[in-house]
Design a protein around this ligand. Structure first.
Ligand SMILES: NC(=O)c1ccc[n+]([C@@H]2O[C@H](COP(=O)([O-])OP(=O)(O)OC[C@H]3O[C@@H](n4cnc5c(N)ncnc54)[C@H](O)[C@@H]3O)[C@@H](O)[C@H]2O)c1
Length: 328
């Protein structure tokens, strides 16, 4: 299959492009490199295009003959979205509207969309199933939920078939260290804790240690980026086989605390993670853990890397490989 990947130069997109290529698919990446890296697109076509440019997207779709789209391109920082809601809606919703319009114009009718656990807000019970109430606590989550609803409207209006994958916390790196997380600024805990442990970043801030969890710190469901990439291939296969439009929660079903992450980083690096105590961040739920039963049952997806120490070890190996490269 030939697949258009928006945001394919970013963290999860670049790993998915690699997985698609390794499975024998062809890829056409569209990324404006606002937050992505050209050298993270290890194979296939690359086009420096902003997805809000409908005309250019439609021309590219017609010219390249892609058969499906995986749509990652978005802004991702929930905290920034609170300060800059218009910029987030412009990119995440406006960008999706533009892509969907280009798909409508060209008759391209198959889409896998990057959604998020942030659409659920503070869950009423755990693990979180797909039918749990949605109540985002920030504009980022709102923008993703809005797009999920828009996809259903597009199906009703012009037959768009789609899968929304609601990822929990993406973590880890390609196990062969070819790719990894390079957000700038980085806000994700594993790369931040690694940088703190190695003394190449500031001490790690602990945002609240008085949550109603076993050790007082937040519990999150960390899912390995290689497993996330595999979920996209399962979603494409589901749609190609005529499966219905559907949303799936993508996590391992296990919750790890901030202190568990710190312990894993210390075990992997053999160094202490320097800590600073901070207060709770507004809108941070105590615990987010996915039920992946639907994805297992209907997509045949299950995570390969469920140990936190493997996710940390892969992220660490990638950071070390990059550091070795920059020392050359
Ligand atoms: N990282 C996570 O833990 C996580 C969790 C849930 C959902 N998601 C979703 O997964 C997707 C990918 O996340 P990521 O961590 O890889 O982020 P990322 O920032 O590394 O990747 C996003 C990519 O999209 C590109 N992009 C953004 N706006 C664009 C535009 N208008 N036109 C073209 N390219 C554009 C960026 O340059 C970047 O390469 C996002 O949609 C995000 O909301 C991520």
């Amino acid at each position: 299959m030939k697949v258009l990947v928006t945001g394919g130069a970013g963290f999860i997109g670049s790993h998915t492009v690699l997985a698609l290529q390794e499975a024998g698919h062809q890829t056409v990446v569209v990324d404006n490199l606002g937050n992505g890296h050209r050298d993270a697109v290890l194979a296939g076509e690359f086009h420096n295009v902003d997805i809000r440019n409908t005309t250019e997207l439609a021309a590219l779709i017609s010219r390249s003959g892609v058969e499906a789209v995986i749509h990652f391109a978005a802004f991702i920082e929930a905290g920034v979205s609170v300060r800059e809601p218009l910029r987030f809606f412009d990119n995440n919703v406006g960008g999706s509207v533009s892509l969907l319009e280009a798909m409508r114009q060209t008759g391209l009718g198959t889409l896998v969309f990057s959604s998020t656990a942030a659409i659920f807000g503070n869950p009423q019970s755990l693990p979180i199933t797909e039918d749990a109430p949605t109540a985002p606590t920030n504009p980022y989550g709102e923008s993703k939920l809005f797009v999920e609803r828009l996809l259903a409207d597009c199906e009703a209006a012009f037959g768009l078939r789609h899968v929304a994958l609601r990822y929990f916390n993406a973590a880890g790196a390609d196990p062969l260290a070819r790719l990894g997380e390079r957000h700038d600024p980085e806000t994700h805990i594993i790369p931040l804790a690694l940088a703190a442990a190695l003394g190449v970043g500031p001490p790690l801030t602990l945002f609240g240690d008085d949550y109603p969890t076993p050790d007082g710190t937040c519990l999150r469901d960390y899912v390995h980026v290689t497993d996330l990439a595999a979920a996209h291939l399962c979603a494409l296969a589901h749609l190609a086989a005529g499966g219905p439009s559907r949303a799936f929660n993508i996590g391992t079903g296990q919750g790890f605390s901030v202190r568990d992450v710190i312990a894993a980083v210390e075990a992997v690096t053999g160094r202490t993670v320097p800590l600073v105590r901070g207060s709770r961040r507004p809108g941070d739920p105590a615990a987010l853990v996915a039920s992946n039963a639907r994805a297992t049952r209907e997509l045949g997806w299950s995570p390969r890397f469920v140990e936190l120490k493997d996710m940390v070890a892969h992220a660490f190996a990638f950071q070390q490989a990059r550091r070795a490269l920059s020392d050359l």
